[in-house]
Design a protein around this ligand. Structure first.
Ligand SMILES: C[S@@+](CC[C@H](N)C(=O)[O-])C[C@H]1O[C@@H](n2cnc3c(N)ncnc32)[C@H](O)[C@@H]1O
Length: 219
């Protein structure tokens, strides 16, 4: 797969902090799955998504709004897209956009029915603060879907890279194991309800490329 050749190779690519990386990447970051990893990860999110008709929804670390658009398409009443990159938010077609870190969500406690956080928690060294915030804003019984670059990919040398201005860059990434997710969720009464580890057809004997969790808020 082209993507994995690309992410498996560039150990030499300079690594940028997330804010710097997305400032450069945003102009070529459409609100759709634009590589094979995002395609299989997005399919897993779509399959795990409950009925969101009439729901108050959040696309956390929304980027240009890929999952906010999915939530809107599935009938959510209102979708709030939150990201800490003004460049990524500027590329989003979603009307309710909030510039904020996912570690301090500027929303009321127990106000959200469904939250998706796609491919973003790996930019944080630790999961505790973002999971505490997800647990705080979800209503009792609410659902969160969280995906990440699979730790197996990281530990086998793959990196998250992009091209801009004729150069290849890597984005800062911190691998999180399933046990890390389980500990962060249990600490704030989020129950892991379903797990998917999609792989890419023909790649590395079925080794997973993404970790996708569905969590339920137990209050
Ligand atoms: C790989 S992109 C994913 C975007 C979108 N969720 C998707 O799946 O298409 C990661 C996003 O996380 C955002 N991000 C990184 N660290 C963040 C933080 N601490 N708070 C909020 N957003 C953050 C980046 O700006 C970027 O838009």
């Amino acid at each position: 797969m082209n993507l994995l050749r690309r992410i498996g190779r560039p150990r030499a690519a300079p690594t940028l902090a997330s804010l710097d990386a997305y400032a450069l990447w945003a102009a070529q970051y459409p609100p759709t799955a634009h590589n094979p990893l995002m395609a299989v990860e997005g399919q897993a999110i779509s399959e795990l998504l409950p009925n969101v008709s009439g729901a108050e929804a959040v696309d956390l670390a929304a980027g240009t709004g890929r999952f906010g658009l999915l939530l809107r398409e599935r009938g959510a009443r209102r979708v709030i897209a939150l990201d800490n990159s003004p460049h990524m938010l500027a590329g989003s077609p979603l009307p309710f956009r909030v510039l904020s870190t996912m570690e301090a969500i500027p929303l009321a406690s127990e106000s959200v029915d469904i939250l998706i956080c796609g491919m973003a928690v790996g930019h944080l060294p630790r999961l505790g603060a973002v999971f505490a915030e997800i647990g705080r804003v979800l209503k009792a019984g609410g659902t969160a879907l969280v995906s990440d670059f699979h730790p197996i990919l990281h530990f086998t040398g793959a990196r998250r890279t992009f091209n801009a201005r004729g150069k290849t860059y890597a984005v800062e990434h911190y691998p999180h194991l399933y046990g890390d997710f389980h500990a962060a969720a249990s600490a704030v009464r989020l129950r892991i309800d379903a797990v998917r580890e999609p792989s890419l057809p023909g790649h590395a004997a079925g080794a997973p490329v993404a970790l996708v969790l569905r969590l339920i808020a137990v209050k």
